[in-house]
Write a protein that binds this ligand. Structure first.
Ligand code: NAP
Length: 248
């Protein structure tokens, strides 16, 4: 590779599901990748091992995105270790479903703290450096629930709608500094999050998807990889749905 330095990407929630597929896609595209996760050390070590001989650095750290201090420390350690951050993908997310009449305050708070505050903490910590360097691409993972709303998911839908507003505002704020900010809104994707659905709910979901199947984490990761690449140099403030047509 000579003296040329690999670009650096940061991925939250990178140990499993869509985040994991994104780490692999970006590493394959030549990025050094720093990813974080909340608790599953084994999954993180397995991912590091899988990419060990790919010629890029892939490093996982246990960092809770709800904790702004921990996020700042992780980002500054990443910049020391891998260099300036070129791309950010925020995939860390959780669900705590309940109809609103039964919603517990803690379920509301955990979901908003992880899905929305987490995006704020990460973007807040990277954006000044990107502005100074006049380059950067951010992709925040929302959900079709954030665009249309899902019953039993007022907390999740609110957090994911918040991500869309946040990303559009940030795209307007930072476009002149050469930074692009986009949102990806997946429908049903085969990950642990969706594996928790019961058989009846799964059948109902499948019958309402025109393509008659759920998406794969790799399909979402391909879209994310496109958005952070120069092929998407004129795309910013977009909300790209990847949902098999469920929202048509
Ligand atoms: P997943 O398989 O459950 O993986 C979630 C990832 O986020 C894990 O790596 C997890 O780490 C990490 N994480 C959770 N809380 C965290 C925290 N507080 N700090 C740091 N990391 C944390 O989820 P997924 O299905 O891939 O979903 C990824 C994103 O896509 C989420 O934002 C989700 O809302 C969104 N999405 C998913 C679907 C879908 O159908 N799957 C649809 C639309 C949108 P640990 O394993 O260590 O806890």
């Amino acid at each position: 590779m000579g003296d040329s330095k690999s670009p650096v990407a940061l991925v939250t929630g990178g140990s499993r599901g869509i985040g994991r597929a994104t780490v692999l896609a970006l590493a394959r595209d030549g990025f050094d990748v720093a990813f974080c996760y909340r608790s599953d050390d084994a999954a993180a070590r397995a991912l590091e091992k899988e990419t060990a001989d790919w010629g890029v650095r892939v490093v996982g750290n246990r960092v809770d995105v709800t904790d702004p201090e921990a996020v700042r420390a992780w980002i500054s350690a990443t910049e020391q270790e891998l260099g300036d951050i070129d791309a950010v993908v925020t995939a860390a997310g959780i669900t705590r479903d309940n109809p609103l009449v039964l919603m517990e305050d803690e379920q509301w708070r955990q979901v908003v703290a992880t899905n929305l505050d987490g995006v704020y903490h990460v973007c807040r910590a990277v954006v000044f450096g990107m502005m100074k360097r006049r380059t950067g691409a951010i992709v925040n993972i929302s959900s079709v629930a954030g665009v249309y709303g899902h019953a039993t998911q007022t907390n999740y839908s609110a957090s994911k709608a918040g991500i869309i507003g946040f990303s559009r505002a940030l795209a307007k704020e930072t476009g002149r500094s050469g930074i692009r900010v986009n949102t990806v809104a997946p429908g049903f994707i085969e990950t642990d999050m969706v594996a928790a659905m019961n058989e009846k709910a799964r059948k109902e979901a499948l019958s309402s998807i025109p393509l008659r199947r759920m998406g794969t984490p790799e399909e979402v990761a391909d879209l994310v990889a496109y958005l952070v690449s120069d092929r998407a140099a004129y795309v910013t403030g977009a909300v790209l749905q990847i949902d098999g047509g469920i929202t048509i």
